[in-house]
Design a protein around this ligand. Structure first.
Ligand SMILES: [Zn+2]
Length: 111
């Protein structure tokens, strides 16, 4: 699989769902996802990439967690940054649909 790498600055200043601008003064929400075992994103570790969703005509930014990071140790292969809980829930619902029909995600880890 090949993905575009999005510069951190750009990816981390935008809600993954609604594309609202996120500033350092806002309270942001993030959650993780685990990839299917055959999906290898190791070449993108530590970078943000743009992924296409299957159940929605939309692409979202995902941070690929690096080896040894706290998120990776918790089993999260990817992290999504959203501007609000509402956006988090919407994105989570879409990703959960992608689990069954897509090739990428195994579990969504939303807590
Ligand atoms: Zn949002």
């Amino acid at each position: 699989m090949e993905f575009n790498i999005i510069p951190d600055k750009e990816a981390l200043s935008e809600c993954a769902w609604c594309q609202s601008h996120i500033t350092e003064y806002m309270e942001v929400f993030g959650f993780g996802a685990k990839l299917k075992p055959n999906v290898d994103l190791s070449e993108y570790e530590g970078h943000c990439i743009e992924i296409g969703l299957v159940s929605e005509e939309k692409s979202v930014y995902m941070m690929v967690t690096g080896q040894g990071s706290e998120a990776k140790n918790e089993g999260k292969d990817g992290m999504f940054l959203v501007c609000s809980e509402a956006c988090g829930k919407k994105l989570k619902n879409v990703l959960e649909k992608d689990i069954s029909i897509g090739k990428m995600f195994k579990t969504v880890m939303y807590d």
